[in-house]
Write a protein that binds this ligand. Structure first.
Ligand code: AMP
Ligand code: GLY
Length: 430
């Protein structure tokens, strides 16, 4: 089987690497990929833009691709799956309509309300006076969200009346996110611990991946501005067996069944961002794709053949009787970023130490490019270093041993990825 992965980040490097492990797979193409994917055995990059659907279809034909797996949300929300399907090609991703679970927060909130899926109470509006009146009657903190895609930046947790009013005004005026914020969601603040729950579904059957936890703030101790993700680990102990069952029974299964009942079956990866509040899970957001950086530590633990399950998920009912199995070990992923990220940052900084090794670790590329035979930085999140170990603490130690061998001018990483799980591990053994 030949597989095409759409995207160029750390998640896509992990997807391509994991798909290439399959004995059923002869070749993996990544469009456009990065220098890390270019160096993987059985993997080859194809230069094209993820928003150019015609070029993607041409690549599918030229390389006789059997399955396309889409990494990022933008091409999914723009209807890439529908386009490839209509041309007779297999594509693992939800349809444009189903992808509204991520592409429109108001769609997601109304869907959850219809299906009694636990989530924060919310109010949807496109009118500034109505928004301000509602905010004035609220308690703080309160959460203001742009309805559409805003590259993970369209959420403000406002701690005061002024901050909330400013956020709503900035969004609804179009200043902050253009059309993506012509509607906003005003949402009750949920306290608790966040976790990521990702599943593979054929529209009927649901196979959960191992649980994970992301670290969005830029600095240690969960301080500083929110980023696309500074690191992740798997499994997330906040999801014990009891919480896992509640997530499947009250959230994931009702979501997949609800989409099916409404004649919009959901295929592909579904990422549910959760807040766990005293053993009760609530949906913070849906994403219509795998997580980044969650894919890196989660796929490192996968034992089951990934490619055959991805292919099976493109057929309604194709996952019946199947299961995803994971290694018992823990994995910790540390993201190395450019100086200044998530604000303005420098690029073209030469990277050293990529050839160093520490057993049990792997480096996934994201914001890198090759220039005159050298690998240099080209984005905010540059690399993800993943390590496995018998505990989160040991996996973390190993991940930093490898990460600290990699250098560029102003390289930044958090030094505490996995801290919540490590605190739990220590409490258990104390
Ligand atoms: P989202 O893009 O919806 O995932 O929101 C980004 C981040 O904002 C989440 O990872 C949470 O940390 C925070 N957040 C969003 N909604 C809420 C909420 N209702 N209560 C508390 N925190 C939230
Ligand atoms: N790690 C957060 C995300 O993929 O949206």
């Amino acid at each position: 089987m030949k597989v095409l992965v759409i995207g160029s980040g750390g998640r896509e490097h992990a997807l391509a690497w994991s798909l290439a492990q399959s004995s059923e797979v002869s070749e993996v193409f990544v469009a456009p990929g990065n220098p890390g994917t270019a160096r993987e055995p059985k993997v080859r990059n194809v230069a094209l833009s993820v928003s150019d659907h015609d070029a993607i279809e041409k690549a599918v034909q030229t390389h006789s691709i059997d399955l396309t797996v889409v990494g990022p949300e933008q091409p999914i929300v723009a209807g890439l799956k529908d386009f490839l399907d209509s041309n007779g090609h297999k594509c693992l991703a939800p349809s444009m309509f189903a992808a509204q679970l991520e592409g429109s927060k108001s769609f997601a909130k109304e869907f959850m309300k219809r299906h009694q899926i636990p989530t924060a109470n919310s109010f949807v509006t496109h009118d500034i006076d109505e928004a301000c009146a509602r905010i004035r009657r609220s308690e703080f903190p309160i959460v203001i969200k742009a309805d559409g895609l805003a590259a993970g930046k369209g959420v403000v947790v406002a701690h005061s009346l002024n901050q909330a009013l400013n956020a709503a005004r900035n969004m609804l005026s179009g200043r902050a996110f253009g059309d993506a914020a012509s509607t906003i969601v005003i949402e009750e603040f949920l306290a608790g611990e966040e976790a990521s729950f990702i599943v593979l579904t054929d529209g009927e059957n649901v196979l959960p991946f191992a649980t994970s936890q992301d670290h969005k703030p830029a600095f240690d101790g969960d301080k500083g501005p929110n980023t696309g993700g500074m690191g992740a680990y798997s499994p997330a102990p906040v999801i014990d067996d009891d919480v896992h069952k509640k997530i499947m029974d009250h959230i994931v299964n009702p979501t997949i069944q609800g989409m099916q009942e409404e004649n919009n079956p959901y295929h592909g990866f579904l990422y549910v961002g959760l807040m766990i509040q005293e053993q009760e899970p609530y949906v913070v957001e849906y994403n219509c794709r795998f997580g980044d950086p969650e894919a890196q530590p989660v796929l490192m633990r996968l034992q089951t053949d990934f490619a055959t399950h991805c292919l099976a998920a493109t057929e309604a009912g194709g996952l019946a009787g199947r299961q995803l199995k994971f290694k018992k070990n823990c994995t910790v992923a540390v993201v190395l970023t450019s100086p200044g990220y998530p604000g303005k940052y420098k690029t073209n900084l030469p990277i050293s130490g990529l050839n160093s090794n520490v057993p049990g670790t792997k480096v996934f590329h994201a914001g890198t490019k090759e220039e005159q035979g050298r690998i240099v930085t080209s984005g905010g999140r540059v690399l993800t270093v993943v390590s496995s170990g018998p505990t989160v603490e040991l996996a973390q130690r190993n991940a930093y041993a490898r990460a600290n061998k990699i250098q560029w001018s102003g390289v930044h990483m958090r030094t505490d990825i996995g801290h919540k799980a490590i605190a739990r591990e220590r409490k258990k053994t104390a």
